[in-house]
Design a protein around this ligand. Structure first.
Ligand code: FRU
Length: 322
């Protein structure tokens, strides 16, 4: 058989959206290379209580390893410490906790993303202008770190003014709502930095409804499907790649389970996506999708082959014995 070892790896996602769907898909695809490994994906609907319940039940189930994107650091830290203390290895992805009790981290440096965004904003506005920040869920570490990075970078551009920084919980609709009132309060806005593309798109749509979109540049973060499409179509000015890295997550998970060496901090890099490279990126994403489908097909054929092979082996054995 193709099977090596039986492991159950649980994935506890804080939310469900295109970005996370992409990461889950990469994890499942990479898991095909480790036959016998069983992946279970949970999602907490952006709810701390729900995520704590999910993780509590995974401790009881005694899963072999937990991959977790903690919704908000403070609320989720104790239950993750509990997992770690129970001897279950924990890989944090994308968001962090307020504790050293985790086995490894895989994700981008969100402070660096904020800093790069700040530099881009200063450059885009030629050193002068009025900026609104639409921030993600305030207790989640990427929201805190992206904000800090942006503020730090903007110190070098004293005439770029952040006139408002408002939370919209990572949600598109919420971003539209906050943008609605911000547009009423501020007659002149040059740029909106939304900490993810969904919020950037929500803010853009509202500005368009109010006939203000033309005067404002919208910058986001993530660069998965909709974000890249919006940059290519000129609705967003730019976005930054927030790598999902699901394959890397699985590789680290397997190294931990097999007792092989691994790095504790795995920092994935970012890059600017603007009008100049958005189409190229779209083409490459499409190409990757077809490769993914081929890998899945190949895997199914391999399973088929092994099934037939073991049947033949049984038959041969029977012939020899008789
Ligand atoms: C996806 C998401 C992304 C954002 C990240 C921050 O659930 O909201 O849009 O970049 O989480 O953790």
């Amino acid at each position: 058989s193709r099977k090596e070892a039986d492991y159950t790896i649980a994935v506890s996602q804080c939310s469900e959206d295109d970005w996370r769907a992409q990461m889950n898909k990469e994890i499942l695809r990479e898991a095909l290379f480790y036959p016998g490994v069983n992946i279970e994906v949970y999602q907490a609907h952006d709810d701390n209580v729900r995520q704590i319940q999910d993780i509590e039940s995974l401790i009881k189930k005694k899963v072999d390893l937990l991959i977790v994107a903690p919704n908000e650091a403070e609320a989720i830290t104790p239950v993750i410490e509990k997992v770690y203390d129970a001897g279950i290895p924990v890989i944090l992805v994308d968001r962090k906790i307020n504790s050293e009790k985790y086995t490894a981290y895989v994700g981008a440096d969100n402070y660096e993303i904020g800093r790069r965004a700040g530099e881009y904003i200063a450059d885009r506005l030629k050193g002068k202008g009025r900026v609104i920040e639409i921030a993600g869920l305030k207790g989640s570490t990427p929201a805190v770190e992206r904000h800090r990075g942006m503020v730090e970078a903007l110190k070098a551009a004293p005439d770029v003014q952040v006139i408002a920084s408002v939370e919209a919980g990572w949600f598109q609709q919420k971003a539209g709502e906050v943008m609605d009132s911000l547009l009423d309060v501020y007659p002149q806005v040059d740029l909106v930095f939304a900490q993810n593309d969904r919020m950037a798109i929500g803010a853009y749509e509202k500005a368009r409804q109010k006939k203000r979109a033309g005067q404002i540049a919208f910058v986001g973060v993530d660069a998965v499907t909709d974000g890249v499409e919006s940059v290519a179509g000129g609705r967003l000015d730019a976005t930054f790649i927030y790598p999902t890295g699901g394959d890397k997550v699985m590789q680290v998970a397997m190294a931990i389970l097999r007792g092989e060496p691994y790095q504790r901090e795995n920092i994935l890099s970012t890059a600017l996506v603007n009008r100049a490279n958005a189409r190229v990126m779209q083409m490459q994403m499409k190409h990757i999708l077809t490769l993914d489908q081929k890998i899945e097909l190949l895997n199914r054929q391999l399973d088929d082959y092994f099934l037939r092979y073991s049947a033949q082996k049984m038959f041969l054995y029977a012939c020899v014995v008789i």
